[in-house]
Design a protein around this ligand. Sequence first.
Ligand code: 5GP
Length: 183
Amino acid sequence: MGNLFVISGSSGVGKGTVIKEFLNRHPEFKLSVSCTTRAPREGEVDGVNYFFLTKDEFKQRIENGDFLEWAEFSGNMYGTGKNYVQKTLNYGHNLILEIDTKGALNVKSIMPESKLIFILPPSMEELESRLRGRKTESEEAIQKRLESTKLEIENSKKFDYKVINDNLEQAVNDLEKILLGVH
Ligand code: 5GP
């Protein structure tokens, strides 16, 4: 069986970049592709970044029991496919889920052997400026994301590990130590 790692972090913390860099170094780790009802951002590809579903399609999958966990977040729904996770681990691959803290805690309750990792920004000011720098969302959406950050940080107290993304190289090194250290 492979190991299951769940990585969370506030939006704008750069967790996607840290994970991408880690995967460049360790292509033997797999990254789970979630389903979402939110619209694709510029450059995002269906089946690569997410499986983009309509609300009706998403609700159907909930009814079918297809999700290991799912959550509504900033008015959109996000879910992790149960089959994909089970098959990947059974094949012996290590798998990373990049999901929010609520979903992470749900996964931990279903699969207690999973390891939860939280990626922190160097400060709240830095997080806000990174979020604004992205220029892909409305002010309202940015405010929603900042509010949810407080809850995320509260939930992260129950996580197994924390990594601060101040310097990318250092954050990737820290993540590497955690992910390669678990057997
Ligand atoms: P974004 O819209 O920025 O891609 O993602 C918003 C939030 O949804 C992030 O915190 C991301 O980690 C989380 N997320 C993405 N996929 C899933 C999922 O399958 N389940 C849960 N619970 N959260 C997810």
